[in-house]
Design a protein around this ligand. Sequence first.
Ligand SMILES: [Zn+2]
Length: 161
Amino acid sequence: MTKKEAIEYIQRLLNKYGTQRVVVDGYAGDVTEMALDTALDIKPKTEHFSYEEFKCNDGSYPPKRYWDDLQLLMYKLEHLRSLLGDRAITINSGYRSRKYNRKINGAKKSRHMYAEAADIDVEGMSANKVYEAANQIFKRGGVGKYKNFTHVDNRGYHARW
Ligand SMILES: [Zn+2]
């Protein structure tokens, strides 16, 4: 990025949100980068996961206020993917709108409504194996074992079922 581009970049940020929205943590780390991405309308993504994959089965997309949480979830899923030997992870269910969550009788406080949960499946790997790996990656999160998929979330504390 040239100096001119950097100035334009920051100007767009300031025009949009003002200075207090830019997190200054002393270096351009993950937190700053996420704040910049959100401010600049850059949708969450990582090397192997896209925003599109996390849309609700009713067609709605994760609202912007949850983008940072979705980004963190994607980082965790990248770690999991790598631990599984770089096998592709399929997102069966990512974000769920409140309406959709009611429709499917989802948990009242389902983390899917905050774009910080995913039900995943890995081709050629049992849900048991995926669970064991997820158990290591989502230490401060939820991991649930089901017959055909594994639930993972970033709730901030350890939960297993
Ligand atoms: Zn789930």
